[in-house]
Design a protein around this ligand. Structure first.
Ligand code: SME
Length: 160
């Protein structure tokens, strides 16, 4: 049993430090990327509140393909440059979207999503996946959330 018990009342920077430390512990010694992404999406779900979707899209043959996640069933394939995930994959840069309805080309996988944070996972200078967080609240994510998930992306880049 893995008993990670995040204290959601902690300052967010501290909570994200704990998330990264827990992620490091969870993937230690496990080379299977699918298993690691499955556990990591569960960990994000536990640590980060007010989400309706959290998980991975992997780069496969030049497009994004759905990976392990928490939330409702989602779109399976996303071309680079399309939607928020495709923008993150193409640019290699975090996408912080306070209002998904205002984002040109946003792909609505879950109609409940109102704001979104997508962070690329980079290994050897290449985007290999993105971490996607959706919230039913407009403006749910800010720079602190982006920094926290970017730190997580660095921790896990070698093991997914
Ligand atoms: N909204 C995303 C698609 C993925 S789902 O949110 C899970 C996008 O525009 O890329």
């Amino acid at each position: 049993m893995y008993a990670f018990t995040p204290d959601r009342s902690l300052p967010r920077s501290e909570l994200y430090r704990e998330l990264a430390a827990s992620a490091r512990a969870l993937v230690a010694g496990e080379p299977d990327g699918v298993a690691n992404m499955a556990n990591l999406s569960a960990l994000i779900w536990q640590f980060v509140d007010r989400l309706n979707w959290a998980g991975f899209y992997r780069v496969v043959d030049g497009q994004l393909v759905l990976g392990p996640f928490q939330g409702k069933a989602a779109c399976i394939r996303i071309p680079f440059g399309q939607g928020v995930c495709g923008a993150a994959a193409q640019s290699g840069e975090t996408q912080l979207v306070p209002d998904v309805h205002a984002f040109p080309g946003h792909i609505a996988c879950d109609a409940a999503s109102r704001s979104e944070l997508v962070v690329p996972v980079i290994r050897g200078g290449q985007v290999i996946a993105v971490i996607d967080l959706d919230s039913p609240e407009p403006g749910r994510f800010d720079a602190e959330d982006a920094a926290g998930i970017e730190a997580l992306a660095k921790v896990i880049a070698a093991v997914i």
